[in-house]
Design a protein around this ligand. Structure first.
Ligand code: ABT
Ligand code: MG
Length: 139
């Protein structure tokens, strides 16, 4: 995957709360091109694998339960400086610390249920994109 791509998920809380359309609008209005997109659900095993880097953290069990409890929207996005610019667009992990106008400020409820994911490096963006999409689903 090229370095101008990132991977995102609209998390179960934001899907449950009816924010898919508003969040996709914010993403495309910010200049990201949608490379891949689908509604899907992670199994418990998927969520454990996806968040394996956090497996020793005290919140891991809750995180896995949350991320597998309902459908998510997974997407690969393309833009210059995609990883950094997308994390700016979504705001801080804890919505209480997120800047005004960011997706998490608008739609997240707590640090544990923070509405949207954004890859934290080009390397992880590539790994996470392939975790969710086949080559035939990327455009
Ligand atoms: P993600 O985009 O979900 O990876 O969030 P972000 O990179 O902003 O933050 P990190 B540190 O990667 O958090 C991963 C998930 O763990 C949750 N979390 C984090 C807690 O529940 N409690 C905590 O104290 C911390 C630090 C938030 C993230 N997401 N979810 N869902
Ligand atoms: Mg993270």
């Amino acid at each position: 995957m090229a370095t101008n791509r990132t991977f995102t998920m609209i998390k179960p809380d934001a899907v449950e709360n009816g924010h898919i359309g508003a969040i996709l609008e914010k993403i495309t209005a910010a200049g990201f091109r949608i490379v891949a997109l689908k509604l899907t659900q992670m199994t418990v095993a998927d969520a454990q694998e996806f968040y394996a880097v956090h497996s020793e953290r005290p919140f891991f069990g809750e995180l896995v339960e949350f991320m597998s409890r309902g459908p998510i929207v997974a997407a690969i996005l393309e833009k210059e400086n995609a990883v950094e610019d997308f994390r700016t667009l979504i705001g801080a992990t804890n919505p209480a610390d997120a800047a005004e106008g960011t997706i998490r400020k608008l739609y997240a409820t707590s640090v544990g249920e923070n509405a949207v994911h954004g890859s934290d490096s080009d390397e992880n963006a590539a790994i996470e994109g392939v975790f969710h999409f086949s080559g035939r689903e990327m455009f």
